[in-house]
Ligand binder design. Sequence first.
Ligand SMILES: NC(=O)C1=CN([C@@H]2O[C@H](COP(=O)(O)OP(=O)(O)OC[C@H]3O[C@@H](n4cnc5c(N)ncnc54)[C@H](OP(=O)(O)O)[C@@H]3O)[C@@H](O)[C@H]2O)C=CC1
Ligand SMILES: CC(=O)[C@](C)(O)C(=O)O
Ligand SMILES: [Mg+2]
Ligand SMILES: [Mg+2]
Length: 493
Amino acid sequence: MANYFNTLPLREKLNQLGVCDFMDSSEFLDGVNALKGKKLVIVGCGAQGLNQGLNLRDSGLNIAYALRKEAIEGKRDSWKNATDNNFTVGTYEELIPTADVVINLTPDKQHTSVVNAVMPLMKEGATLSYSHGFNIVEEGTQIRKDLTVIMVAPKCPGSEVRAEYVRGFGVPTLIAVHPENDPQGKGLAQAKAYCVGTGGHKAGVLKSSFVAEVKSDLMGEQTILCGLLQTGSILSFDKMVEKGIDAGYASKLVQYGVEVITEALKQGGITAMMDRLSNPAKIKAFEISEELKDIMRPLFQKHQDDIMSGEFSRIMMEDWANGDKNLLAWRAETGETAFEKTPAGDVKIGEQEYFDNYTLMVAFVRAGVELAFETMVQAGIKPESAYYESLHETPLIANTIARKKLFEMNRVISDTAEYGCYLFDQACKPLLADFMKKVDTDLVGKNFNDGKDGAVDNRTLIAVNEAIRSHEVEQIGATLRKAMTAMKSIKTA
Ligand SMILES: NC(=O)C1=CN([C@@H]2O[C@H](COP(=O)(O)OP(=O)(O)OC[C@H]3O[C@@H](n4cnc5c(N)ncnc54)[C@H](OP(=O)(O)O)[C@@H]3O)[C@@H](O)[C@H]2O)C=CC1
Ligand SMILES: CC(=O)[C@](C)(O)C(=O)O
Ligand SMILES: [Mg+2]
Ligand SMILES: [Mg+2]
């Protein structure tokens, strides 16, 4: 098999990268009807598998789980996830032949072997669904021509797919029908019904393509969403300890700070996040985030270039073939960092204090969101897609760090995202070494406003406010958030 994207002529590459139609809520009035009464069989019951299945069942759809024999016989976590939640569980042979829709929610690394196992069992004219385009685009898997191939890709970690649904909201979702596999023309109706079943239609849905989803998802997860939040958290913690800040305080500020800070981002964009700072702190955060953008821009562009060329997939698949050597080494290394090993202290930190004492993370988030958005759009990804993948998903990832540090984030995200996160972190930490030498506790650990009278130059503040508000991510974000009428605020630490 060859990388499907690389087989396309440039014009078709650009066409498929640019598929991105924001779907009006009126397109979902048929709800889940296109799948009502159909048999939906999910293969894999992990982060996405369990949480999507819970939402789909609560939305009135018929869900069962087909697990590999060793998972059932060994009563593995996936078997426990499914049976503890009273789902029907069976083998491929038992459940796939009567399935109308087979939903492949196994790790990307396993997709080719899983599809080779289930495809021969699938009945004529059934549908195969993915939540990420890797197998079809990067590996070029060919699917039987009588089968419909769709994608319903939540722009969110599995745990938050469920958490937002339970809150009465949902998560932005990209849906797609593979142009090579839509023989009965039913793919879009099924993808829309499936999306309503997960609650995605309440947050925003883009009619996308397998190509546009995979080339943006890999970029978002490797850079702003997981990579930079990991690098920023570790560097911030180490800096505070180096400067004598109590380690328990430092651990709590980092673990919960990114959730508090990015909750403002989710509600009102970079503007609302920066407005939570004092005027002097906002100007300082703006200045250092400009410096961070200059330092990290080449790294963000290298990640996007390697994703577009297929080089990223090549090196990750090399690691697959090498027993996940790098993934496991980098996972172990992350677990050994002082931040991961220092429990959050039993100390009270007020909601505003997370902004006043963690100006550095505000700067990291602005720099990372803008850089990821700019780099994706320059590469042909449409602004709506880039917004969901860079800005809106950041607080959802931050929720996992607040739960149980980087361990929880790297556990919940896909193995593909985890590998990309470490790849970025390994390169970004040394890149920021000189920058971090200049960072003192006024930017992280202490209140930036201590000892200052709050005076600012008005023209500077006006220019900073204008620069923040005028960025394209703020323009498109305001429009997309207007459609999120059901968005809920979360209770932060
Ligand atoms: N994690 C996330 O938040 C997101 C993931 N995605 C995509 O969703 C898909 C699933 O990812 P994710 O939920 O993270 O996966 P997980 O790693 O959380 O779960 C994988 C599931 O597949 C099972 N599994 C593992 N190996 C095999 C195998 N060889 N054959 C059959 N089943 C196997 C596992 O069960 P067991 O080992 O017990 O057999 C487990 O139930 C991927 O395509 C991913 O890119 C998309 C958006 C976000
Ligand atoms: C959670 C999500 O959207 C990721 C980061 O793309 C993934 O886990 O693959
Ligand atoms: Mg993603
Ligand atoms: Mg991903």
